[in-house]
Design a protein. Structure first.
Length: 362
């Protein structure tokens, strides 16, 4: 599975910020994932490794040949940083249950002779949605088509009890660059990346891609359910239609604060040509209160299906003006960071941020 935007390891202060020992990161970076498997190796007497395809914080990706079918496959060798082998095996088995045209196809999983867990999936050529959006927004028809297909994939996963928890443009792959061939990637596989879409995975903290996670994820809630995926889909569609993510700031804490408390502008305020029905759907997908979101991914498929093929080809500007943090964002950040919430009753904490806006005190 070819990824055009390689995952990078955290360096400098970022490793300690997320509670990961620098030594552990150096072990990954110095090549445990890249030296144990080599081109020419045959894994499980079936998968012949052909070439190195990429490296990230969780391991290494290879292009291989399935000797049983002759097809090219992607083999990800996963390292034990932030995820135990047992958890990986459970997630690989869950992915094995999913058979949907908009979900990357599972082939096999197991362990290499060196003891590294691996996951084999179909090989995909193309680019991820993040790369596509870097060149500009999609048309309304393209956005609706992409949303309908991704929502269908989520509905299939949710029916199997699987919540993605990490839906973002980087995890949506456009085979041969075609919207109608989108594939959802990386179910349950969280990696760390040093950019404004940082994936967080530490004890008691947020899990997901910063800027696309639901408010309950940003607060570190333990009861995240399928409605979090719907919020993330809303974030993706907002960016597809407007050319900018709904939550953006120069500091990750400011992004978290925005996700929890800041109102997202209506899409029609930025793109007046967007149909009212689509604007209203996105507003519900991006609701802070998950009970106010659509009841299921199936219902999102139905609503988007009613819009499919009948909308204008509206395109947003290719460049996005992402201004620096303004005074109001600094204020929100200070609310999140300032003081000990036990010091006095009127001090705001994350629990206070969970209340409806009318009950919060300034």
């Amino acid at each position: 599975m070819q990824r055009h935007r390689p995952t990078v390891l955290l360096t400098g202060d970022d490793d300690q910020r997320f509670g990961i020992p620098r030594q552990a990161l150096l072990v990954v970076h110095l090549g445990l994932g890249s030296t144990r498997v080599q081109p020419g190796d045959v894994i499980a007497e079936r998968f012949e490794v052909e070439s190195f395809a990429g490296e990230g914080g969780m391991g290494t990706l290879y292009r291989a040949r399935d000797r049983q079918t002759g097809a090219a496959v992607a083999m990800k060798c996963v390292l034990g940083v932030g995820q135990s082998p047992a958890r990986f095996v459970r997630e690989a088995r869950a992915l094995a249950e999913l058979r949907h045209p908009a979900i990357v196809r599972y082939v096999a999983h197991g362990s290499t002779p060196a003891g590294e867990p691996y996951l084999v999936m179909e090989w995909l050529d193309g680019e991820d949605l993040a790369r596509t959006l870097s060149r500009g927004a999609l048309t309304v028809d393209q956005s609706v088509e992409l949303g309908r297909r991704v929502a269908g994939a989520l509905a299939h996963a949710h029916a199997h009890g699987i919540v993605h928890r990490d839906l973002s443009p980087a995890n949506l792959f456009l085979v041969d660059g075609q919207i109608e061939r989108v594939k959802v990637l990386d179910f349950g596989l969280v990696r760390l990346r040093a950019d404004t879409q940082q994936k967080l995975s530490h004890e008691g903290g947020p899990v997901g891609t910063l800027g696309y996670m639901a408010p309950e994820q940003a607060r570190g809630a333990q009861d995240v359910d399928a409605r979090a995926d719907l919020f993330s889909l809303g974030c993706v569609l907002f960016e597809c239609l407007t050319g900018r993510p709904p939550f953006w700031a120069e500091h990750y804490l400011a992004v978290l604060a925005k996700i929890v408390v800041a109102d997202v502008p209506r899409v029609r305020e930025l793109q007046p040509g967007v149909p009212q029905a689509l604007d209203a759907l996105l507003a519900r997908l991006l609701a802070k209160d998950r009970d106010s979101r659509p009841p299921s991914a199936d219902s999102v498929v139905e609503e988007l299906g009613s819009l499919h093929g009948s909308r204008p080809s509206l395109r947003a500007p290719s460049s996005v003006d992402r201004a620096a943090i303004g005074q109001s964002e600094r204020l929100v950040m200070s609310v999140v960071l300032a003081g000990d919430h036990r010091a006095r009753k009127s001090t705001l904490g994350l629990d206070d941020l969970d209340r409806p806006p009318r009950s919060r005190r300034s």
